[in-house]
Design a protein around this ligand. Structure first.
Ligand SMILES: C[C@H](N)C(=O)N[C@@H](CCCCN)C(=O)O
Length: 451
């Protein structure tokens, strides 16, 4: 996941270079960026969940890593001199001219990569839920997400430098090639893991439970999930929360520039503390969840912090353009970005049957991907409508789009409160620790002995 998250953002700091070298306008860049979620939204993620529940972690993990490498190679080819300027490029550029041929082909590669990346996300979640059942599950998921955040931080720092690594003219090819090689290394590592895991199964005679018969998955389970109120509460909380987070990461630099009148570099330097805060806090918060519980409360607190931060960006920062205020708000938003993911993902196995956990994760991701695909487009339109006639990209008024993010936070808060009320009434265990205490285990054992 570390390499995958690096690849996701490898071109984010190179937008200007792509415009100069390959003629990608901001619209072309936006279309390319949104392509990551497109095939997932049109159904791939649902299929991915079924494959995961039917075929198991080893097969799905290898398939997802292969898709990531395949998509990455297409994207690398699209921006390389092997493709740019060829007859194929000429033909691809000749229709829908707002998207140069290289942007179209790169978007196709990114779509395939996105299928692999999200498929890997649900595979990792299901694997951790299985391996750490009743143990430090939230800590394990927290560590995995922290690694992903480190990947974002690393690529934002490395990508601009790698683009200059060969001397001479800066190149977008070098950073993308570097991250493609990392993905290939990741695929090889996963294949080695599957071989070792299979060997261990054979030696111990214990199946990994990948597709054991007592846990057989049925297609009707997917329909059952769609009819589950709990599923929808979690999925809608997830899409609303993440729709105010990942698109913010994309637009945040320009929002800070406009409000503070600073350069893109200074704004990016402020914004990169956002994943760093989440990186440092997600594992300890996961550990606290494992030990002391309070998952639903963490979701409420995280949503409240999200609302507060976006209100500051919308209303206070334009009136008080202070870098310190911006930094403090970014750090608090980082706390929110640690609280909600640390509590949300480990909560899913508590309320969903293990048999269709892969499908549950994939359907939650699917609903979330619809938001991640649509919200940046909505955000861009709200920004444009609120700034009619403004041509200087340093002069945009971000009040309305940031209020929209705060609105998503309010809706997420409502779903978090609903979840807590349901948990209090129906005892799903969302507020309970993941690690059963010794006394609880002894009590359960005594109870079953009496039976
Ligand atoms: C974007 C992706 N679908 C997502 O939701 N990522 C989460 C982590 C999900 C848990 C993965 N094991 C994130 O917070 O980055």
């Amino acid at each position: 996941m570390f390499f995958a998250y690096m690849f996701v953002d490898v071109m984010s700091p190179l937008q200007e270079l792509l415009e100069v070298r390959l003629g990608w306008s901001p619209t072309a860049f936006g279309n390319y960026a949104g392509a990551e979620y497109m095939l997932n939204v049109f159904g791939f993620l649902i299929v991915a969940g079924i494959i995961l529940d039917k075929m198991g972690v080893r097969f799905t993990g290898t398939l997802s890593a292969s898709l990531m490498v395949g998509g990455a190679v297409i994207k690398l080819y699209a921006i390389s001199p092997l493709f740019v300027g060829t007859a194929f490029d000429g033909w691809l550029s000749s229709w829908w001219t707002a998207m140069p041929g290289s942007a179209k082909l790169a978007a196709l590669g990114f779509m395939i990569f996105g299928c692999g990346c999200e498929m890997a996300g649900i595979t990792v979640s299901k694997a951790i839920a299985r391996w750490f059942d009743g143990k430090e599950m939230a800590l394990a998921m927290g560590c995995e997400m922290a690694l992903a955040r480190l990947g974002v931080f690393a690529v934002f720092s490395l990508s601009p430098r790698l683009s200059q690594a060969l001397g001479g003219d800066p190149s977008v090819v070098v950073p993308v090639a570097f991250c493609t090689v990392l993905l290939l290394i990741g695929l090889i590592c996963f294949i080695v893991f599957t071989v070792m895991d299979r060997t261990l199964d054979r030696q111990t005679g214990v199946g990994s439970g990948e597709t054991s018969s007592e846990e057989e998955f049925k297609l009707s389970d997917v329909g059952g999930l769609f009819r589950s109120r709990l599923f929808w509460i979690i999925a809608l909380l997830c899409v609303l929360y993440y729709s105010a987070i990942f698109p913010f990461q994309r637009f945040g630099t320009n929002m800070l520039q406009c409000n503070l009148g600073i350069s893109a570099e200074t704004a990016a330097d402020l914004l990169r503390w956002f994943p760093i805060g989440a990186l440092m806090l997600t594992p300890p918060l996961g550990y606290c969840l494992d030990k002391f519980g309070r998952g639903a409360t963490m979701l409420i607190l995280g949503s409240l912090l999200l609302i507060g931060c976006h209100l500051v960006f919308a209303l206070l920062l334009p009136a008080v353009p202070s870098q310190i205020l911006a930094l403090v708000t970014i750090l608090v938003l980082g706390v929110s970005f640690a609280l909600v993911p640390a509590a949300l993902w480990p909560s899913v196995p508590k309320v969903m049957d293990k048999r269709y956990l892969g499908s549950a994760y994939s359907l939650i991701f699917w609903v979330q991907n619809i938001g991640l695909f649509g919200v940046p487009i909505l955000f861009g339109n709200v920004l444009a409508a609120s700034n009619a006639g403004v041509t200087d990209p340093m002069e945009y008024d971000y009040t309305n789009p940031m209020l929209m993010f705060a609105g998503f936070g309010v809706l997420a808060l409502i779903f978090a409160l609903w979840l807590k009320i349901l948990d209090t009434r129906k005892h799903y265990g969302l507020e309970a620790p993941n690690i059963a205490s010794d006394t609880a285990v002894e009590a359960a054992e005594a109870e079953s002995a009496e039976e």
